[in-house]
Unconditional design. Structure first.
Ligand code: SF4
Ligand code: SF4
Length: 56
């Protein structure tokens, strides 16, 4: 079950470098997670200042 970034994302970019499999990239208005790459480690959720990544 992959994580996904909700609309709470403020595009700070903090999570991108924390992802061990580089599944996170800047999207249109918020950052996005490639669900086929995400291994659900939770690092992005732990890093995000606004709690935007949630387990789908
Ligand atoms: Fe990357 Fe882990 Fe977040 Fe998935 S849960 S996007 S693998 S940091
Ligand atoms: Fe968005 Fe949170 Fe990632 Fe910042 S750390 S880009 S607010 S999901």
């Amino acid at each position: 079950m992959a994580y996904q970034i909700t609309d709470k994302c403020v595009s700070c970019g903090a999570c991108e470098g924390e992802c061990p499999v580089s599944a996170i990239s800047a999207g249109d208005g918020k950052y996005v997670i490639d669900p086929d790459t995400c291994i659900s480690c939770g690092a992005c959720a732990a890093t995000c200042p606004v709690g935007a990544p949630e387990e789908a």
